[in-house]
Design a protein around this ligand. Sequence first.
Ligand code: ACM
Length: 345
Amino acid sequence: MLDVARHFFSVDDVKHYIDLMAAYKMNTLHLHLSDDQGWRIEIKSWPNLTAIGGSTEVGGGEGGFYTQEEYTGIVNYAAERFITIIPEIDMPGHTNAALASYAELNCDGKARDLYTGTDVGFSTLCTGKKITYQFVDDVVRELARLTPGPYIHIGGDESHVTKKEDYIPFIERVQEIVLSHNKTMIGWDEITLAKLDSRSVAQYWASAENAKNAIAQQVKLIMSPAKKAYLDMQYDSITPLGLHWAGYIEVDTGYNWDPAALEEGIGREHILGIEAPLWTETVTNRSELEFMVLPRLPGYAEIGWSPAAARNWDEYKNRLAQHGKRYDALGINYYPSKLVPWISE
Ligand code: ACM
């Protein structure tokens, strides 16, 4: 996953990210296209989402968005490299950019100010209003039309100011909308509080209990445990970029885990795959992106493709070391972890 909402990344930067993924045989890119700080995909029926909601980013920079034509260019570029794009519009929380763009989406009918900080959990769509579901239906319809892949991600995380009794029916209604446009819904693990269709997919990031709610509903999991797989976590306490609310993720920590053995009760049969998300509150440009992603990315690819019994850090670190020279030759930035025996000329 790449978060293009907190900081906007150009079409060329996203294509570069796709190139890095393709080099390691990753097959799915989840784009986090909206959040409190920005709305990044043109929706023709709701143009202020990008005109207003796309106009800034964390730190107050100019933001940006993809036109539908540009977005299709990304989808096609990815497809040529055997990568499926999963678009995410996060809701009902993480919606300040939309709430700033359209007053009528707020319960009090007043547009919110644009937001360029990094707090989470303060915004919510007005789940009791009819227009909210018209909005969701329009957005999902346009996105579904742009999406050859089977999935639409609806977020659902950290809706701290949505009452639980409002959140649950909202997710169930959004699930109906996604299904009505012939797509499969994915949501962060909180969505398992709702009654899910067994075709829907839950993304484990924080709560094993939520993941077990998914299993109880025959809902499959994507495994993205923040403590192991979040690419925005610092490598160590002096890493100049990144956050550490889920811990530090050195290159060995990112590699040394088995999705099917992480939590009691979550086994291979419950898991569709793994995902390593790059959130971009602190990541502002291509070079910083490369520094957070490399050299952890190949480790996630190997976890995804190789059985746990075939993986061993002491052997892997020597193979990984060979990649430093490649990155140098390609002019790609990376974190020169002391745990990797890099080969110097
Ligand atoms: C998340 O990190 N809020 C999914």
